[in-house]
Ligand binder design. Structure first.
Ligand code: TPP
Ligand code: MG
Length: 370
């Protein structure tokens, strides 16, 4: 695998798990049993948390969630391929990868509630956690912004002779943002150690990929910038690891950026605020349920004899217990103090903010909607 050039045709889709379920030894990243189990557990944990958060939103206990149902292989596999010293620059759909990198579950759930322990002090939407210790960029809602941040980070790392690589996540829709073109161009010219990880999940809210681009592939967009592109089956976690590792190694060697297009599918709505039945035929979803990345990986582990029914039951029960505990703690935590609204911008707040703060604190506090 390592000696093969990155595909130039952009037609080939790299896979490890073949139709008959056996792995292709030429591409298999060769994980140890312990690594396989850890990776699978992280994928299941992500799904369990996702499902619980959707329920919480439906119960009116949190305001919003943006999930990763069906995209766990692309999200977790790519994060798994990073080395500890590398950085991830996420968009809003990769909380599972952040947890794998070391985001504490409680901190994530505190952000979902925007409570007093939320590091962003309840000022952001849910799913906008931050975690520097996991070497993870903080999340901005405007799509694409993280791409120029990742390229800037990677360029700075190169100037400092630090071999850290920056991997940036974005969706198919974000390839139409200014930031994509700016970032790809800079990465191509300066050969920055950046991995562009495009989750092609078929949709950008209600816009299907056919309306997003006339290009045959998203990987092919790299040609214009001198950045090699590669397509990978984004529901095959081992293939995602294989191609991401190659791109990370290539970047660390000083050979520049790679654009990865991971073909996957957004099985759920865009977010809990979206109803995909308004614009998408359910028949389109069914074949993707058959290609569920978690089921597929579990079948592989079962064949290898490294995962049993009882492992599955223990894992799901444990993941469910952990998320419920974190939710119970977060829900009991008070909201941020009102005066925190006035912090973090001015060292010496101007007089009008001092007055507004005093006025706010004189009045009663309105109850939360959640
Ligand atoms: C600059 C900007 N324009 C529009 C939006 C509204 N918006 C939020 S997510 C989204 C779709 C993004 O789709 P994609 O990049 O494919 O990512 P996905 O949600 O499918 O993971 C849009 C248009 C935004 N957040 N920022
Ligand atoms: Mg998309």
């Amino acid at each position: 695998m390592d000696s093969q050039p990155l595909t130039e045709t952009h037609d080939e889709i790299v896979r490890v798990l073949r139709d008959d379920g056996t792995p292709d030894p030429a591409v298999d990243p060769g994980l140890s049993t312990e690594e396989l189990r850890k990776l699978y557990s992280a994928m299941v944990r992500t799904r369990v948390i996702d499902e619980r958060l959707v329920t919480l939103q439906r119960q009116g206990r949190i305001g919003f969630h943006i999930g990763s149902l069906g995209e766990e292989a692309a999200i977790l596999g790519s994060a798994f391929a990073l080395r500890e010293r590398d950085w991830g620059f996420p968009c809003y759909r990769e909380f599972g990868a952040a947890l794998l990198r070391g985001l504490p579950l409680q901190r994530f759930i505190d952000n979902m509630f925007g409570n007093a322990n939320d590091l962003v002090k309840g000022r952001q939407m849910p799913d906008h956690y931050t975690c520097r210790q996991a070497r993870w960029g903080s999340i901005s809602s405007p799509i694409g912004t993280q791409m120029s941040q990742a390229v800037g980070f990677a360029w700075a790392a190169r100037l400092r002779k630090d071999d850290a690589v920056a991997l940036v996540y974005f969706g198919d829709g974000s390839t139409s943002s200014n930031e994509f073109h700016v970032a790809m161009n800079f990465a191509g010219v300066f050969r920055t150690p950046t991995v562009f990880f495009c989750r092609n999940n078929g949709w950008a809210i209600s816009v299907p990929v056919e309306r997003q681009t006339a290009s045959r592939t998203f990987a092919g967009k790299g040609i214009a910038y001198g950045v090699p592109g590669v397509r990978v089956d984004g529901n095959d976690v081992l293939a995602v690891i294989a191609v991401t590792r190659r791109a990370v190694e290539r970047a660390a060697r000083g050979e520049g950026a790679t654009l990865i297009e991971a073909l996957t599918y957004r099985v759920g709505g865009h977010s809990t605020s979206d109803d995909p039945n308004r614009y998408r035929d359910k028949k389109e979803v069914d074949p993707w349920l058959e290609r569920d990345p978690i089921e597929r990986f579990r079948r592989h582990l079962g064949r290898l004899g490294v995962w049993s029914e009882s492992d599955e039951d223990t894992l799901r029960a444990e993941a469910d217990r952990q998320v419920r505990e974190a939710i119970a703690v977060a829900e009991k935590t008070a909201p941020p103090q009102l005066e925190t609204l006035f912090e973090d911008v001015f060292a010496d707040p101007p007089w009008h903010l001092v007055e507004q703060r005093a006025e706010l604190l004189r009045g009663p506090r309105a109850p939360s909607a959640h």
